[in-house]
Design a protein around this ligand. Sequence first.
Ligand SMILES: Nc1ncnc2c1ncn2[C@@H]1O[C@H](COP(=O)(O)OP(=O)(O)OP(=O)(O)O)[C@@H](O)[C@H]1O
Length: 321
Amino acid sequence: MDEQSIIVEDLVKKYGDFIALDHISFDVKSGEVFGLLGPNGAGKTTTIKILTGLTQPTSGKAIVSGLDVTQNPNEVKRRIGWISADVIVDDDLSAWENLELQGKLEGIKDWKDRAKQLLEYFGIFEFKDKQLGKFSTGMRKKVEISMALLNSPDVVFMDEPTIGLDVSTRKALWDIIKKINRDFGVTVLLTTHYMEEADMLCERIAIINKGKITAVGSPEDLKSRYGGDVIEIQFYGNFDPKVFEKYGAATIKENVIKIKVNNAESILVDMLKDLSQVKVKSLKIEKASLDTAFLNLTGNTIEEEDFDARKFYTVLRRSRK
Ligand SMILES: Nc1ncnc2c1ncn2[C@@H]1O[C@H](COP(=O)(O)OP(=O)(O)OP(=O)(O)O)[C@@H](O)[C@H]1O
């Protein structure tokens, strides 16, 4: 299936003079898990807000599930689900009451059957009357996803779905996202600033930085196009760099040379003869990663300081309640 669930064309969003989205374009195929990967302030949330009809673009086109969001925001809202730290779930209500509220607010006639089906699917139906605030983080996420799937959406938007989660809950959530994508045929657009998450979860990724999309492709594609492997050789004593510089762009520091190549394994085979002429202390291969692709594309890494404290504490507060 190659039909597109989301089409973004030349989208611009300005807040006063500030350009939050600078002519971005990408599309998401039906049934795909697609990721917007970028640091804080890149424009990920702004993109989701436009696609979910929460804010208007300054210019450009945004089509979701065949409809222009700016012209049919309410119909689009009926066809999508949304999960984010800002989505309101009430910790004082039970899982069932939260679903009921969602069902009634959205005017979903068969909400009861659907809610039962979803809670059973996630294996938490027996806890339906338990107060949401008493759920574990993992179970709570299942309720949040059930709420997003209640209206049988075509597309689910997830804004930083795993922010603030511990590693094992994060990985469990990746499995759930993959499973709902497969079992319900739902298209998923998620935002993340975790490289590993984008790599593990997304069929395709758009790298977004300072309001611009710098590349779109599968993780493998981006790694091979922009990542590059690195061969690091440490020598005993002096060596002639020219012998190794011919294999790729090299950086030399004391008795260590790092050579950037496309495919380290095949280059090493060619290099064997040269290596046999010198005394090698150690040899290391660093395979291409999304980190190196991101660095090469944007000139920056997604640093820890990039971490969004506001969202993190929202999640933390909830999980503690
Ligand atoms: N209502 C607003 N008024 C002014 N500037 C805004 C507004 N909303 C967002 N911005 C700015 O637009 C830029 C993009 O913000 P956005 O929230 O889309 O980024 P993001 O990639 O989702 O990062 P985050 O994870 O921090 O939300 C940021 O520099 C932000 O400060």
